[in-house]
Write a protein that binds this ligand. Structure first.
Ligand SMILES: *Cc1c(COP(=O)(O)O)cnc(C)c1O
Length: 382
């Protein structure tokens, strides 16, 4: 079935309102390459709302992670600890630097990196750990940062799901030395394709600007700090067009309304499906007391893979698209080459077959959501 075959898609990118006007302004400004006024505005909004030392817009979250990996000066053979339940970009950014990926399993409740298993995986070659705040619920950052601090590891948050979520009151994305954000179409705030690297340590800021700008000190040149710009370090092209930054500014300006809408829809699912979940043995998302989550996803863990298949089929028959999520990375072709094997991450390997995500997007109406809820509650599960 194609997307058009569904009345209720899994995701639909919603305009906040000012996207076109701001893109027109970017055109009128005469600068549609990167680091124009809208890029700076979007970065300032992220810095102001999160309190990170510096935000740098990038072409994607994947590229923000690559930038972080470059800044860490990883060497071949260095090890990076990554949850097995995540998107391929989380490990790939480090694999590109020659690092060896060490998979860690996730917790059965939050599906976040299991912090209790972290320390046992640390070796003299370990350089970094990459917590992914699944669905926008913070990992146990107290423990992760404590273990990382004791062993001299860099914490790089993959915060693609977690923008505006908090852990013990502090914004996700401000715990690691670096954090990567995504503004891909599938995320809560989008410009189609885009991302950001958040920097929480002043010492990395200047070098990050250089590496992001092809290894040149072009930024210093534009600030009038040097009289020409030149090649000073390794680098690549991670700067995003100001046209896309303009789109993103409009999205970020709607932050409160977007998060209120997502929170309301998320809680509606939770309330409406509670009894059904208890009866069928399905598990709704677990959000610890000390986490204010980002309302990025609403996922359900069905008791069996067959039950999940039946639920997806039932929704599909009603023209509603619900989807599963990550396959265990330790069992992927690339994962196997990094020492991944069956049984290594039992929770990941189990939940990957039972998880389904329900439609959740800013323009999902109550009546559409009721259709989803009715279809779920009415499903006959094997
Ligand atoms: C979406 C996503 C990415 C990649 O984001 P892009 O902006 O598409 O590169 C990385 N990690 C996680 C956890 C994601 O969900």
């Amino acid at each position: 079935m194609k997307a058009a075959d569904f009345d209720i898609p899994f995701n639909r990118a919603a305009l906040a309102g000012n996207e076109q006007a701001y893109m027109q302004q970017a055109l009128a400004n005469g600068q549609i390459s990167g680091d124009g006024p809208f890029t700076r505005r979007a970065e300032a909004m992220l810095e102001g709302s999160l309190g990170c030392r510096r935000a740098l817009l990038t072409t994607s979250c994947t590229h923000a992670l690559e930038l972080a990996a470059l800044l860490l000066d990883l060497e071949p053979g260095d090890e990076v600890i990554v949850p097995a339940f995540t998107f391929v970009s989380t490990p790939n950014a480090f694999v590109l630097r020659g690092a060896r990926i060490v998979f860690v399993d996730v917790r059965a409740d939050t599906l976040n990196l299991d912090e209790r298993q972290l320390e046992a995986l640390v070796t003299p070659r370990t350089r970094a750990v990459v917590p992914v705040h699944y669905a926008g619920v913070g990992c146990e950052l107290d423990v992760i940062c404590e273990v990382a601090g004791r062993h001299g590891l860099a914490v790089v948050e993959d915060n693609a799901h977690g923008l505006f979520g908090r852990y013990r009151g502090r914004p996700l994305g401000t715990f690691g030395v670096f954090a990567a954000q995504s503004f891909h179409e599938t995320k809560s705030f989008t410009c189609g394709e885009g991302g950001a690297l958040l920097l929480n340590d002043e010492r990395h800021v200047e070098r990050a600007e250089i590496v992001r700008e092809k290894g040149t000190n072009r930024k210093r040149f534009f600030r009038g700090e040097v009289d020409r710009y030149t090649w000073v370090d390794v680098g690549s092209s991670y700067v995003i067009s100001d046209l896309l930054a303009a789109f993103l500014v409009a999205q970020l300006e709607a932050r409160d309304a977007v998060q209120e809408t997502r929170a309301r829809l998320w809680r509606r699912y939770e309330t409406a499906l509670g009894d059904w979940a208890a009866e069928t043995g399905a598990a709704l998302p677990v959000v610890p007391e000390h986490c204010d989550h980002a309302y990025h996803l609403f996922h359900i863990l069905l008791p069996t893979a067959a039950a999940r298949a039946a639920l997806i089929d039932r929704l599909r028959a009603r023209r509603i698209l619900a989807v599963f999520h990550y396959l265990p990375l330790n069992l992927s072709d690339m994962g196997l080459r990094h020492g991944g094997h069956a049984g290594q991450c039992p929770v990941t390997e189990d939940v990957a077959d039972r998880l389904v995500r329900l439609p959740l997007y800013n323009t999902l109406s109550d009546s559409e959501q009721d259709r989803v809820i009715d279809a779920v509650r009415g499903a006959e599960l094997p």
